[in-house]
Every structure is written in structure tokens, then in C-alpha cells.
Design a protein around this ligand. Structure first.
Ligand SMILES: Cc1ncc(COP(=O)(O)O)c(C=O)c1O
Length: 497
């Protein structure tokens, strides 16, 4: 939109700009004013080139009597385009700008939320979550002024040491553990590997696991084969769940460890960990659960679950990548896999990454494990079912499932092709580790989902910032792609063969 067009719109005051018009006008020289809170800017992103007015400063900035007007407020003849967090406040702000003499001020329909829609809708929170700005703020000082090594004996160590121990307590509190039972690691894969390969040194024996585990668990088990440690894979049912009876039957005096994940990252199916761990305990066998996808999302209490080892992952709960933790119940026999200075109770040598530990601790404290995403997740499923009647099939357990995870197969398409044809949505067909593969997901195959249906799977995973508007729009975009004339762009599994 040219500057003249915007001027005409603003002067006539008849309508507000669409996000696309506003974007074009700012490229043509209109001034953009961003009126959001700092937190919103950090969460949703900056508007390049915009003049920022702190939301809380708005009144003072635009008060004609205060003398604290915008420094740029002399540029009266150019168009001013106002973007707020919500549509209504942006029209009020535009009116205030007009009141202080910027007669060409106008605003954008739908405010920042509409503007944001220019970005793909993020429905891949099981792959990774954005870093919560509060987590970032908490961590930053440990990369700058509090840079000391927490193990040093001088003054620079004091604050990093305090922060590390506070973070340990925060992570412990999230899962009902004691701080001394938390070992910080460089992520989930390392925590899983420590839990499993920490058995190193024993010869012979068996690990019992199941086929829908993350590769970090499956490969760690495989790596022990040359020590004569074999792996037993329990079958899973149509929902991806292990049966307690099968576990009971698999355990014997050779069993060293049971490792069964808390919830699956592709389907969200939650395993009956309490029952499974109770069986292992009766047999005196150590029980590990990979809680990468549940920590921070659903309530966890290690005593209630009865587990001995539990993996926590930062980047699935709004902390950065490269930080995780392993809960190690007091008295559990484990050997380190990384050797050195004996940090982390001797189980994980290496100078602790204090900033990332603080990030994980803060994320743990901010986590509100619960069902708040269930409504939006179910809305997404119902919308897809409504728009594509008879073609949508749920993968995973209907109720014992992560609040934000929806895995559905859609008849007659390949999930991968559909997602490629809908760039407005960022989602996946399976775990990030499987992305790009042209084979059915191993998780769905283990559940007995036929290859054709497994290839039609979409994993749509929601997070804290997901809105109802995004959910309705995502369902519409997917369905439109499948029902419109451009449908030919999406190959069916049969055609693709
Ligand atoms: C269930 C599960 N376990 C382990 C991991 C690995 O965690 P990280 O990426 O921190 O190594 C992931 C991450 O994708 C996961 O989903």
C-alpha cells in the first residue's frame, strides 16, 4: 500500500489497515509504533524498525499536557501505524496519537495477534518449546556478572553456587524429589544414557524396555550388548501402552533395569508407570522412566510413581536446549558415564552450566502442570473431524494422553506431503528424529497402525501460547488443502508408491 493510500485511509478514518497493508506501508516509509509490554515483545518477537512505546507508559507518552510526547511526534505528515497486543487497544492508541496532532495515525485490524499470523502457526511443541522470556531473564546474569565457577573457593563462586543449588531445589520440587537426588545433564539424551549405561561394569543381564521409546533409550540399550547385556522389548497395545502382566512375565533374576517412558512424544500416550514400577520394585529391579514429555506438563511425584530414575528435559518445558536432569533416588547404584572432577555428586563431571541450570530451575518453578491445553487439543480434533468427516483417526490413547498432543491419521494423504503443502503451519509427522524419513513411524508401527494409515499421520502439539484462533485456523487450512482443487498437490499413499 502506498503512502498516499494509507494517508487517505487514515484521514477518512473509515477503516483500519489489514496486516498485509500495514506491512507494505511500513516498507514504503510509514512509521510503525509498537505498543506492547516488554514481556510480549520478548515472547512474540520484535517488530523490525518500530518505535517502541512501553504499554505501561502509553498514557504518559501521549498525554498532550505532560510534555513527554513521543520525540518523533513532530513528523505530522507521514502515516503512523499503531500495533498493540489487541485490536481494540490499538484503535484507542491510534486515536490518542491523532489527539496529539498525528492526524495520519491509523491502526491494524486485530492488533499484534493478526500481525503475528504472518508467521506459521507453531504446533510442534513436543519437538521443542520457545524459551520463556522469564527463564531467559533469570539465566542471563549467570552468563555475565555471575560468571564464576560454582566449585571455586573465592567470592566469585558464591552466587553461581547458590543459584545452582536453588535450581536443583526447584527441579526437585517439580517432581517431588530431594535436591540431592537431582543430577544436571546436558539434556535428555544424556540423562537417558546415564540412567541406562550407568549399569556399565556389570556383565550379563537384561534390560526390559519397549519399542516406542526415544532413540536415546533404545540406542543406549543397544550399546550395552557388547557387555553381554541383552534387551527385552515388551509389546505395546493399540494405544502404545505396555501391559503390567507382560512386564511381570518378563522379569527374572537376570533383569538389571526396566526403562519405560512416561509419555510418548509422538502420540502423547501416558504409560501406567505406577503399576509398572510397583512390579519392578517387587522384583528388586531398578526402574527408569523418561519423563521428557511429561515434566512440567502433568503432575509428577517420584514417590507416587515409585520410580528410581527419571529423565527431565529443559527444552520441552520452555527452558533452552542442552540442559536436563536425571533424578536418581537415594541409594540407587549408578556409575558415571562422564569422568573428571566429580561434580554433581560424582555422577556427572564437568563444570556445571550454571546459566542453563538456572533456566531449568526457573522453568520448573514456572511450570503449571495440568490440563489447561485439553480443551484446545480436543477442539482441534473435533474441528478436523467436522471438516473432514469420516477421514480422521486418532492415534494414541483417547484419554490417558498428554494435554497438548494430538496425533491423527487422515485417510488418503501422506502427512508429510500435507504439511509441505500448508506452510502456514509448523508441525511434524512424528518425532523430530524421524522427520524426513519416508517410512512409517516406528511408534505407530509398534502399535499395529497399518503402514498406509501411519504414513497419513500428523503430530500437532500445542503449547502455552497456542490460541483458539490458531487452532481453528490450523484445522481450516489443513482441511481446505485436502478439499480444494489444489488437493492434487498432496499425494495419497497409494499414488506415492
Ligand atoms: C521422550 C524423549 N526423550 C529424550 C529426548 C531427548 O532430549 P534431548 O533433545 O534434550 O537430548 C526427547 C527429545 O526429543 C524426547 O522426546
Amino acid at each position: 500500500m502506498s503512502i498516499d493510500d494509507v494517508l487517505a485511509v487514515a484521514r477518512a478514518g473509515l477503516r483500519r489497515l489489514t496486516p498485509a497493508e500495514a506491512a507494505e506501508a511500513t516498507r514504503n516509509g510509514a512509521r510503525l509504533v509498537d505498543i506492547r509490554t516488554q514481556l510480549q515483545r520478548q515472547t512474540d518477537g520484535e517488530l523490525p524498525g518500530a518505535i517502541v512505546i512501553e504499554r505501561n507508559d502509553l498514557e504518559r507518552c501521549l498525554d498532550p499536557t505532560s510534555g513527554e510526547r513521543l520525540p518523533e511526534a513532530t513528523e505530522k505528515d507521514i502515516p503512523w501505524i499503531v500495533i498493540c497486543d489487541q485490536g481494540d487497544s490499538s484503535s484507542l492508541a491510534a486515536a490518542s496519537l491523532r489527539a496529539i496532532g498525528l492526524r495520519n495515525a491509523t491502526d491494524v485490524i486485530g492488533g499484534f495477534q493478526a500481525w503475528k499470523q504472518a508467521r506459521p502457526i507453531y504446533l510442534d511443541h513436543n519437538a521443542t518449546t520457545p524459551v520463556d522470556p522469564r527463564v531467559l531473564q533469570a539465566a542471563l546474569p549467570y552468563l555475565t556478572q555471575h560468571f564464576g565457577n560454582p566449585s571455586s573457593s573465592h567470592a566469585y563462586a558464591a552466587e553461581p553456587h547458590r543459584a545452582l543449588e536453588r535450581s536443583r531445589t526447584q527441579v526437585a520440587d517439580l517432581i517431588g524429589a530431594r535436591p540431592e537426588e537431582i543430577v544436571f545433564t546436558a539434556g535428555g539424551s544424556e540423562a537417558d544414557t546415564l540412567a541406562i549405561c550407568g549399569l556399565r561394569g556389570r556383565r550379563g543381564g537384561t534390560i526390559v524396555t519397549q519399542p516406542t521409546e526415544h532413540p536415546a533409550v533404545l540406542q543406549a540399550c543397544r550399546s550395552l550388548e557388547d557387555q553381554g547385556i541383552t534387551t527385552t522389548y515388551l509389546p505395546v497395545d493399540e494405544y502404545g501402552r505396555v501391559s503390567p502382566d507382560d512386564l511381570e512375565a518378563a522379569l527374572d533374576e537376570r533383569t538389571l533395569l526396566v526403562s519405560i517412558m512416561h509419555a510418548n512424544s509422538e502420540t502423547g500416550t501416558i504409560q501406567p508407570i505406577r503399576e509398572l514400577a510397583a512390579i519392578a520394585r517387587r522384583h528388586g529391579v531398578v526402574f527408569h522412566t523418561d519423563a521428557a514429555q511429561t515434566a512440567g506438563k502433568i503432575p509428577i511425584d517420584v514417590d507416587e510413581l515409585g520410580v528410581d530414575l527419571l529423565t527431565v528435559v529443559g527444552h520441552k518445558m520452555y527452558a533452552p536446549k542442552g540442559i536436563g536432569a536425571l533424578y536418581v533416588r537415594a541409594g540407587t547404584q549408578l556409575r558415571p558415564i562422564i569422568h573428571g572432577g566429580g561434580q554433581e555428586g560424582g555422577l556427572r563431571s564437568g563444570t556445571e552450566n550454571v546459566a542453563l541450570a538456572v533456566a531449568l530451575g526457573t522453568a520448573a518453578e514456572l511450570a503449571r502442570p495440568g490440563d489447561d491445553l485439553v480443551r484446545l487439543r480436543d477442539l482441534l480434533q473435533h474441528e478436523l473431524e467436522r471438516l473432514l468427516p469420516g477421514r480422521v483417526h486418532l492415534n494414541g490413547h483417547p484419554t490417558d494422553r498428554l494435554p497438548g498432543t494430538l496425533n491423527v491419521s487422515i485417510d488418503g494423504i501422506r502427512g508429510r506431503d500435507l504439511l509441505a503443502a500448508v506452510p502456514e503451519i509448523a508441525a511434524s509427522t512424528g518425532s523430530a528424529c524421524h522427520e524426513g524419513a519416508d517410512t512409517p513411524s516406528a511408534v505407530l508401527s509398534a502399535m499395529g497402525v497399518p503402514p498406509e494409515r501411519a504414513l497419513g499421520a500428523l503430530r500437532l502439539t500445542l503449547g502455552r501460547s497456542t490460541t483458539e484462533h490458531e487452532i481453528r485456523r490450523a484445522a481450516k487450512l489443513l482441511a481446505e488443502r485436502l478439499t480444494s482443487s489444489s488437493r492434487a498437490a498432496v499425494t495419497t499413499p497409494q499414488e506415492a508408491r
